[in-house]
Design a protein around this ligand. Structure first.
Ligand code: RFL
Ligand code: PHB
Length: 394
């Protein structure tokens, strides 16, 4: 098989890139190792920056998002028994975020692709990317029990952190920087109306907690837990009790409980691979970089990468101008490193450090107090959280 752009991975990065290329009249084939059912049900991100929403709308994937997405103008930081609102819209000249689950973004993009008839192969596992320095790089993959080859002008590795694309880069051509954290997130989905209108990020001595949502009848909640946590040790009652303790606030607020329908433990990691290009292999999204989810940046970075990449491939393939492809890595990495710093800072400000001492706890409290009392500090938080416009990325 031959195509113009071979895309490995049908997560948000791969699916959106395929859609953007299709709108420019560029052919692609998407290879996805898992089933459609699996990728459409994998619980993950929930917050879309304004810029992400605009990209989705512009490529025709915004209808349901505009109908069902919940527009949020602020978030709450909760600590010391008190909630403090960060007014994102007021502090950023009107930028808002939208609560719309990644599962829904993926469903919308899969439906558009399937409807168009363009190739999207599920249960097609990429095994290797070959000849990345030639004019015709190839993906070796397995589908329907047989090994096959997909030849292309360019190969895009949008296969997530555990994918193969990054690992197919010849030795020494890519550098990785990484930080791991001494905690993980236990995330649950519950069939109960959210107990809050806006997301609550809670710092507590027992550990971080987050109250998010998926719609008017579904709550999404997270607890900081040790990295080696076994879900069997967390029956529903223990999860709700711990959420009650960490989200407690002086006054009458109560957390509503409901049946838990999904639960998982996610390790926390910061990771960047540089550069994002090796010959005719390009990396995008989690395949190239990971942030801890505290800043809600992972999905948004994946979208920002492929929006750049689609324009760059368009210039290279349709106009013979390789300039934007040559600068893709540097341009994308500027946003990536800004998000890495913000995500690290939010994580440090809100989580209980199992190795921390009293000095670090006092620093953390001072940082929180500053974030909610200084307009300058709150603005820095708000503009990073709501998402920097491209011309404001340093
Ligand atoms: P994905 O979504 O991991 O998709 C990669 C796809 O590649 C497939 N694949 C392969 N296909 C073919 N051959 C192979 N050899 C393959 N190997 C892998 C995989 O099956 C998969 O379908 O990466 P992508 O597209 O780069 O998207 C990235 C986002 O998924 C990720 O950054 C976010 O989910 C991160 N994230 C959040 N991001 C936000 O912007 N806002 C949030 O609120 C937010 N919350 C979160 C999050 C991630 C979380 N977890 C579970 C890590 C909350 C959590 C708990
Ligand atoms: C989510 O709704 O899943 C979510 C929201 C905000 C975050 C992380 C995850 O920072």
């Amino acid at each position: 098989m031959r195509t113009s752009v071979a895309i490995i991975g049908a997560g948000p990065a791969g699916l959106l890139l395929a859609r953007l290329l299709q709108r420019s009249g560029i052919e692609s084939v998407v290879l996805e190792s898992r089933s459609r059912e699996h990728v459409e049900h994998r619980q993950r991100a929930g917050i879309l920056e304004h810029g992400t929403v605009e990209v989705l709308r512009a490529c025709g994937a915004g209808d349901r998002l505009d109908r069902e997405g919940l527009v949020h103008e602020g978030i709450e930081l909760r600590f010391g028994g008190t909630g403090h609102r960060i007014d994102l819209a007021a502090l950023t000249g009107g930028r808002r975020v939208v609560v719309y689950a990644q599962t829904e973004v993926v469903r919308d993009l899969v439906a558009l692709r399937v409807e168009s008839g363009a190739p999207l192969l599920f249960e097609a596992e990429a095994l290797a990317v070959e000849d990345v320095d030639s004019e015709r790089p190839r993906v070796r993959y397995r589908h329907d029990g047989a090994e096959r080859l997909l030849e292309a002008d360019y190969v895009v590795g949008a296969d997530g952190f555990h994918g193969i694309a990054r690992r197919c880069v010849p030795a020494g051509r890519i550098r990785t920087r990484e930080r791991t954290y001494p905690f993980a997130w236990l995330g649950v989905l519950a069939d109960v109306a959210p107990s809050t209108d806006e997301l609550i990020y809670a710092q507590h001595e027992r550990g971080f907690a987050l109250h998010s949502m998926r719609g008017p009848e579904v709550s999404r909640l997270y607890l900081q837990v040790p990295p080696e946590t076994d879900l069997a040790d967390w029956p529903d009652a223990r999860i709700w009790e711990e959420l009650d303790l960490r989200l407690a606030v002086d006054g009458g607020w109560r957390l509503r409980r409901g049946p838990i329908t999904d639960r998982s433990v996610t390790p926390m990691r910061s990771f960047v691979a540089e550069p994002l290009r090796c010959g005719r292999l390009l990396l995008a999204g989690d395949a190239a970089h990971i942030v801890p989810p505290t800043g809600a940046k992972g999905l948004n970075l994946a979208v920002a990468d492929v929006a750049l990449l689609a324009r760059a491939l368009d210039a290279a393939l349709l106009r013979g101008d390789p300039g934007a492809l040559e600068s893709y890595s540097d341009t994308a990495l500027r946003r990536v490193w800004r998000a890495e710093d913000f995500s690290c800072a939010m994580t440090a400000m809100l989580h209980a450090d199992p190795d921390g001492d009293e000095f670090s706890r006092r620093l953390q409290r001072s940082r929180l107090d500053y974030a909610v009392s200084s307009t300058a500090a709150a603005t820095a938080l708000a503009e990073n959280y709501a998402g920097l416009p491209s011309d404001a990325v340093p």
